[in-house]
Design a protein around this ligand. Structure first.
Ligand SMILES: *Cc1c(COP(=O)(O)O)cnc(C)c1O
Length: 389
């Protein structure tokens, strides 16, 4: 008999019943150090007092109103995002894949309204992850995600990761946009080099294409800047955000320049829940905290410390780990052992990591992780690694 929850996930035999900062408490009482943060979602850790306060206050006031009416919390969060980014305008969603849907629609509608309806094709990269909707799986393009689900949404071309010559060669009169994660998450923590991101911006400009960045995983302070593209000194035309922005409350957003968003007039898109008062109240507090330059300085400092200690961990466990890669608190350990064995050994030693493609384990701790917790992380990961050799 089928499980009452549709069995699409292979779950670890763990049941967390409470969270405190960087720690998750299992039903049996064990305390796990959370280096996964719900896959880069719990940006401020678990039960952050400021988020609990803002959510409880909003819950006592008003949960939901339709987008038929003004939503002050949504307006305030949009203003914050516009102030702190390249964007002129923001649409709120509930997830990363919904942000992908709108990014694709927005890019195509832009060219349609410009009188170039043939420009529908979006260039993407192998190893990408853009969510599980029909547009998301088409954008990722891999057989693993698309097989068996009927006709794949057309108009996407997947190119080798970081191959700029392939990008140039693929551009034609039908090309509308380039879509890329500045740091691939699911793909195995693969950062695109700053020079390559700059080059993509230039290629987009020279060929009259929109540049869409998927910062669902790497955005909202994860890399030590509010948004990852800031490291390369470029700006996109359209950007997808989700995960960290809600700190654990479902929230996503599409940020855009005015020109790129110009096709999206009244009636062209919508969402029942998107930009809900509860979500936006929490998102506003997350952005207020994470956009503080001192908070981002601290993320960079902790990143440096964690990286350096991970180098030591690799040196001490050369048969388990190969290299550390990534940026900020979005780090990957490329494994020599099977990555899932390392993740499971971590569970046995009460430390949570997240597997990714390319035999990598991801370390995506809360951005609020302390130096003492970084020390604890290394001790626990070392014990986990030693148990494998
Ligand atoms: C997680 C993720 C998505 C999809 O987000 P959902 O909220 O699961 O729909 C899209 N893009 C990237 C880069 C992601 O990491």
């Amino acid at each position: 008999m089928i499980a009452s929850v549709l069995p699409t996930y292979s779950r670890a035999p763990l049941t967390f019943v409470k969270g405190e900062g960087s720690w998750l408490i299992e039903a049996d009482g064990r305390r796990f150090l959370d280096l996964g943060a719900g896959i880069a979602v719990n940006a401020l850790g678990h039960a952050h007092p400021a988020l609990v306060e803002v959510l409880s206050t909003q819950a006592e006031t008003l949960w939901h109103v339709s987008n038929l009416y003004n939503i002050p919390q949504q307006q305030a969060l949009a203003d914050q995002l516009v102030e702190h980014s390249f964007a002129d305008t923001v649409f709120f969603t509930n997830s990363g894949t919904e942000s992908c849907e709108l990014a694709v629609k927005m890019a195509r509608k832009y060219w349609f309204e410009k009188g170039q309806p043939e420009k529908v094709e979006i260039l993407t990269f192998e190893g990408s992850f853009h969510g599980r909707s029909s547009a998301g799986i088409a954008a990722a393009g891999s057989e693993k995600m698309t097989k068996g689900f009927g006709p794949i949404l057309g108009g996407f071309t997947s190119l080798p990761w970081g191959d700029l010559d392939a990008v140039t060669a693929a551009i034609g009169p039908q090309t509308a946009a380039i879509m890329v994660e500045p740091v691939q998450g699911e793909g195995g923590i693969r950062p695109m080099a700053d020079v390559d991101l700059k080059a993509l911006r230039q290629i987009a400009d020279e060929n009259d294409l929109l540049l869409i960045l998927d910062e669902v995983q790497c955005g909202v302070g994860r890399t030590g800047k509010l948004f990852a593209h800031e490291w390369a000194g470029i700006t996109p035309d359209i950007m997808m955000v989700a995960k960290g922005i809600g700190g654990g409350f479902p929230l996503g957003a599409v940020l855009a320049r005015e020109e790129a968003a110009s096709g999206m007039t009244a009636g062209t898109h919508g969402s029942t829940y998107g930009g809900n008062p509860l979500a936006c109240a929490v998102g506003g507090k997350v952005i207020e905290i994470v956009s503080d330059p001192e908070f981002l300085d601290a993320v960079r400092a902790k990143s440096g410390l964690l990286r350096q200690k991970l180098e030591g961990l690799i040196a001490d466990n050369p048969e388990v780990f190969e290299e550390v890669r990534g940026t900020g608190l979005m780090l990957g350990l490329k494994c020599k052992a099977t990555n899932m064995d390392v993740v499971n050994a971590g569970y046995a030693h009460e430390v949570i990591t997240v597997p990714a493609a390319d035999n990598v384990i991801r370390l995506l701790p809360p951005l609020t992780i302390t130096e003492a917790e970084i020390d604890a992380a290394i001790t626990l990961l070392d014990a986990a690694a030693k148990s494998l050799s």
